[in-house]
Design a protein around this ligand. Structure first.
Ligand code: SF4
Length: 262
């Protein structure tokens, strides 16, 4: 892993993500190294290097502090092309310091992560008058997750983290995105039992989007698992009804259980 300490010139940028007005990425690169990640396409870094480098924007809390003074409060999303609670955050605390600035300047936040390290910052997050916290769950299959999300925390740790966040009374959601195409329609109820047991207030879904370079990377990662690879191929390229059908089932279950579906 190549770790570089760098300086950034700006902290906030306009967001193309629905609901987020601004985005903040304290790191460039992500140790989680998810094979399906679209961030290399956005920041124009070779996919082969993804998960093997992280640039640490050491001065970002100071730059942010200056930018916030010039702006009116708007929803800030953390993060769009990195995980704000990847392992390095434990040492560098850039996300934490940025949250302190956002809180001080009364900016609302929306945080999405795969890591229970977010629990460390509950003392700050709980003070925001508006916050939404999402944890990404793409599958309940730990083995599949370890193949496609090699540097990310185990699914059980994410579910435990989500439960703790919900128990703290925070506005939590489960981000099922990309929902990996191995979930069978007949297992949706059981799948949602696990997800909703965390106490989340809403569920958000997204299919596996095949931006350039993603399918070859997924295919390579699944080379020793021909049955899973075939299933992915079928449901991503042939069966155009797979995702609409699964999402409809999830939506119906969520509505029946009084959980918001997005
Ligand atoms: S955690 Fe998010 S940003 Fe990091 S590699 Fe995975 S999908 Fe990309």
């Amino acid at each position: 892993m190549k770790i570089s300490e760098t300086a950034c010139k700006s902290a906030l940028s306009r967001s193309g993500i629905y609901g987020w007005e601004l985005v903040l990425n304290p790191y460039r690169g992500c140790m989680h190294g998810c094979v399906y990640c679209y961030a290399p396409n956005i920041i124009r870094r070779p996919r082969a290097s993804w998960g093997h480098f992280v640039d640490i924007k050491k001065n970002i809390p100071n730059i942010l502090a200056k930018e916030l003074k010039r702006r009116s409060p708007a929803l800030v999303g953390l993060s769009s092309v990195t995980d704000p609670y990847q392992e390095l955050e434990e040492k560098y605390k850039l996300t934490r310091y940025c949250l302190e600035q956002l809180l001080k300047n009364k900016f609302p936040v929306s945080i999405i992560t795969k890591s229970p390290l977010i629990l460390r910052d509950l003392d700050i997050i709980s003070k925001f008058s508006h916050s939404e916290i999402g944890i990404t769950i793409t599958t309940l299959d730990e083995r599949l997750s370890s193949i496609l999300e090699p540097g990310a925390p185990a699914i059980t740790k994410r579910l435990d983290g989500l439960t703790k966040l919900s128990n703290e009374g925070l506005n939590t959601y489960a981000f099922l995105g990309p929902l990996l195409p191995t979930l069978e329609p007949e297992h949706v109820t059981e799948f949602l039992d696990r997800i909703l047991a965390t106490g989340v207030k809403s569920v958000m879904v997204d299919p596996l989007n095949l931006k350039p370079g993603i399918w070859p990377a997924v295919e390579t990662a699944l080379r020793d698992h021909p049955n899973i690879k075939t299933l992915f191929y079928e449901r991503l390229f042939v069966d155009k009804e797979y995702y609409p059908k699964i999402f409809k089932l999830i939506r119906t279950e969520c509505m029946e259980r009084g959980v918001k579906f997005e």
